[in-house]
Design a protein around this ligand. Structure first.
Ligand code: B12
Ligand code: SF4
Ligand code: SF4
Length: 344
């Protein structure tokens, strides 16, 4: 059954499948508590809700006997750090260059789950159930994936693998079906600390630990309202997500390319001046189907104004000045900050 499932996972487009049990990561409850107690989740209040589930996958659905972990590659075909040199352009994270992974991964998980139920029925087992998860549920996907042998959590805390590199999303299927488990993966970071050293904002208090409040991915996507003025200059032209700690990882030399072309080629590196003038309707039209749509026009324009302030381009002063009276307080504040930064 497991072999047939792995073949079907590949057929629906996943790059790798591994299996573990819901109780395979007993240490995460304590680590999650430490993260939350230190306030490292910032404004992501939803992380502190339902911790009894997030910290213990076996409590989430007590009937589940196996967790099928799936990897979906989105490996870029360019160096994601190059755009950081083009200061009048927007650096948008690789994962947000195309269609929203939540939609694509969820569809694939549902297809695979349906197949699993039909196949178990065909083989004579009745009443098995599944639940599919990607990203937004109270499930800590990385430690579960490590326990399943998909890869290991690097010092940057993301999951990476010797064969896949680190440019992949995770999804999981919990099921009542008991499947044979895979052995966990061991860490292969050794003495390397490239990801820790490159982080522009010093977001790693220690290896394997992230303070999301300093992470540019958090600041540009999750953080509401004005960003701490001390962190703004460190954000450079990154206006949605950040890839530095992934891009520098030596294991990505071996990164395999995925088969899903829809993760690429939609947004590129637009001029900051073009993004700054978007209104709500223009924003929605431009980012329809993209994960960027989730943050809304105001947060995007706020981020673009920080990037304008960091651009060193005096010709962008009028663009920022035009937004100094914006109805959104954080946008207006970012516009005034950008004008001051460019005049300095
Ligand atoms: C919240 C969240 C964020 C937050 C916080 C990130 C974080 N590291 O916690 C922010 C907004 C910053 C973020 C950013 C990004 N994210 Co995010 N995020 C999540 C989410 C929803 C939950 C993660 C979580 O539970 N964090 C809580 C902390 C406590 O858990 P943890 O990171 O596993 O922490 C572990 C370590 O601290 C460790 N630990 C502590 N001490 C020690 C000591 C030792 C020795 C060891 C070994 C470990 C260890 O134990 C903890 C438990 O395992 C997951 C989806 C999900 N449901 O799991 C996606 C997810 C992790 N994100 C993902 C991605 C792609 C990103 C970005 C790359 C996007 C981008 N380009 O901007 C960045 C990467 C930033 C980074 N370096 O982590 C992917 C990662 C895929 C992968 N291959 O790992 C996920 C899995 C989404 C998905 N479904 O694909 N993200
Ligand atoms: S995503 Fe960027 S800001 Fe966040 S930890 Fe990695 S390098 Fe640092
Ligand atoms: S850059 Fe180095 S330390 Fe960081 S995850 Fe990759 S191998 Fe590990």
């Amino acid at each position: 059954m497991k072999q047939a499932l792995a073949a079907e996972a590949e057929a629906v487009g996943f790059s790798r499948m591994r299996v573990t049990t819901p109780d395979s990561v007993p240490e995460i409850a304590e680590r999650l508590s430490a993260f939350l107690e230190a306030g490292r989740h910032g404004q992501m209040g939803w992380m502190a809700e339902r911790v009894h589930w997030r910290g213990d996958p076996s409590a989430l659905w007590p009937e589940a006997r196996s967790v099928i972990v799936l990897a979906e590659l989105y490996t870029p075909d360019h160096d994601p750090l190059e755009v950081l040199e083009s200061r009048d352009r927007a650096a948008i994270s690789v994962y947000a260059q195309g269609r929203d992974y939540h939609d694509l991964v969820k569809k694939r998980l549902k297809r695979l789950g349906r197949w699993l139920l039909e196949e178990t029925q065909r083989r004579g087992a009745e009443g098995e159930q599944i639940k599919v998860f990607v990203d937004t549920a109270p499930v800590m996907e990385k430690p579960l994936a490590q326990a399943a042998g998909m890869g290991w959590q690097g010092k940057h805390t993301n999951l990476l693998s010797r064969e896949l590199g680190s440019w992949f999303f995770l999804g999981s299927i919990f099921t009542t079906l008991a499947l044979p488990v895979d052995p966990p993966e061991k860490p292969h970071c050794g003495n390397c600390r490239a990801c820790l050293d490159i982080c522009p904002t010093g977001a790693f208090p220690a290896p394997f630990q992230l303070d999301a409040r300093r992470c540019i991915s958090y600041l540009t996507i999750e953080h509401k309202g004005p960003v701490d003025p001390e962190l703004r200059p460190l954000m450079g032209n990154r206006i949605y997500g950040c890839d530095d700690c992934l891009a520098v990882c030596p294991w990505n030399k071996f990164a395999r390319k995925g088969s899903e072309t829809r993760y690429h080629g939609l947004v590129g590196a637009p001029h900051l001046a073009d993004l700054a003038v978007l209104d709500d309707a223009g924003f929605r039209a431009r980012f329809s189907g993209s994960p960027i749509k989730r943050i809304g026009r105001d947060r995007l324009v706020r981020n673009v104004l920080y990037a304008i302030g960091n651009s060193g381009r005096a010709d962008l002063i009028p663009v920022a000045q035009g937004l100094a009276g914006d109805a959104d307080g954080a946008v207006a504040d970012a516009a005034r900050w950008a004008v001051m930064a460019l005049r300095r």
